[in-house]
Design a protein around this ligand. Structure first.
Ligand code: UT7
Length: 345
């Protein structure tokens, strides 16, 4: 990925110093379901051990949605918290973007269901799908609407009920993922948690590394497709691991370059929470100390599009990030997709 993949990060906006109206995160919120699934619980489901999961991934437990609790419900809980923290009412929202790979249904969008649940009647609403990079993609899309003065208030949400697409007989994947959501309210509000830059990238030539083959137009549900377990997430873990380290490192570097910030000035790096070994490798290559890196995957596992949003919310509420701190988010996911953002908190 090295030399080729540095190209997609080049951004005409950066070269022409065009920024538009500044955009800030004026409120964050997160929600994880109550039910906890521990590594010990998984030992009873598949041939695995707490020792293997802990040393290979860093995950100790994850949350699972209740029966009858869907992605739109999880997203709504996070959104309501973000709106409260932002001191914004639902009727002020101009647009809702939900990033998810586990929508309630293929259509209508989960964003429309959230719009109805929170009562944001004025808001346009749509989903985006960039897998684990979804929150950063949503951040960049939302920022553009603020920058161009098209909208004043955008609600972005990363939300997943991954437990609905996990093959609970596959030990390679079922130990890795969890359910949850994180949300942010975007506005132009001077002196408030400003976005310095966001960058995104993708490499469709590696689409097969991480996918759910069934359920789309290529392979609609049939008794045969269900028997072949095609409606579950599949991953080539080893190859995905290597791509993740490279892409997150390069995305982080590119974001820093664009806003001319040296890594030593970053108070907190918030990486996609997929695997502790990936996080450590990315941190090492970026040249940060382990103390600069925020990790909470031990509690929630990989929550895909929700991952960095939940982590950012937790870093802020726990006091790990203080006003004025520079924060670097770096993400990676199926597609392949990747991205990074620098925020002055
Ligand atoms: O969020 C999107 C991006 N996703 C990621 O970034 C995930 C990237 N990949 C990973 O995190 C890691 O590759 C895994 C955690 C998925 C796997 O770790 P690994 O060190 O790459 O292990 P492996 O796949 O090479 O498997 C090593 C061994 C295999 O056994 P053999 O063939 O050597 O006998 C697996 O069958 O570990 C076995 N194994 C397990 N053993 C106990 C795989 N899963 C388990 C398990 N418990 N749950």
């Amino acid at each position: 990925m090295s030399s080729k993949s540095s190209k997609p990060f080049r951004n005409p906006r950066a070269e022409h110093d065009y920024r538009g109206r500044p955009c800030s995160i004026v409120g964050m919120g997160a929600y994880v379901p109550e039910r906890v699934l521990t590594n010990a619980d998984l030992e009873k489901l598949v041939d695995t051990t707490d020792e293997w999961i802990t040393t290979r991934t860093g995950i100790k437990e994850r949350r699972l949605a209740a029966a009858g609790e869907f992605t739109s419900d999880i997203a709504t809980r996070a959104a309501e918290r973000a709106l409260k923290n932002a001191n914004v009412t639902p009727d002020q929202i101009d647009m809702i973007i939900v990033a998810t790979i586990t929508p309630d249904m293929l259509f209508p969008s989960t964003a429309c269901l959230v719009q109805q649940k929170i009562g944001a009647r004025r808001a346009a609403a749509f989903d985006i799908e960039a897998a684990c990079s979804g929150f950063i993609y949503a951040l960049e899309i939302g920022q553009q609407f603020i920058a161009t003065r098209t909208y004043d208030t955008v609600l972005i949400i990363g939300a997943e009920k991954l437990s609905s697409i996990i093959d609970w007989t596959d030990r390679n994947t079922c130990v890795l993922f969890g359910d949850g959501a994180g949300a942010a309210v975007l506005q132009n509000r001077p002196n408030s948690h400003g976005l310095l830059t966001v960058c995104m990238g993708a490499d469709g030539s590696k689409a097969e590394l991480l996918s759910m083959p069934g359920g789309g137009s290529r392979c609609p549900a049939t008794p045969q497709s269900v028997d072949a377990r095609l409606h579950y997430l599949r991953m080539d873990g080893k190859e995905t691991f290597k791509s993740a380290v490279n892409a997150m490192f390069q995305a982080g570097q590119e974001a820093l370059r664009r806003c001319d910030v040296d890594i030593s000035r970053i108070k907190c790096v918030i990486p996609h929470q997929a695997n502790r070994r990936i996080i450590d490798a990315v941190g090492e290559r970026l040249g940060v100390t382990p103390e600069q890196v925020f990790v909470n995957l031990d509690k929630y596992g990989n929550t895909s599009a929700a991952s960095v949003a939940i982590a950012l919310d937790e870093a802020v509420t726990s006091g790990r990030i203080q006003r004025g701190d520079l924060v670097l988010l770096v993400v990676f996911g199926a597609g392949l997709t990747w991205g990074a953002a620098v925020i002055e908190w």
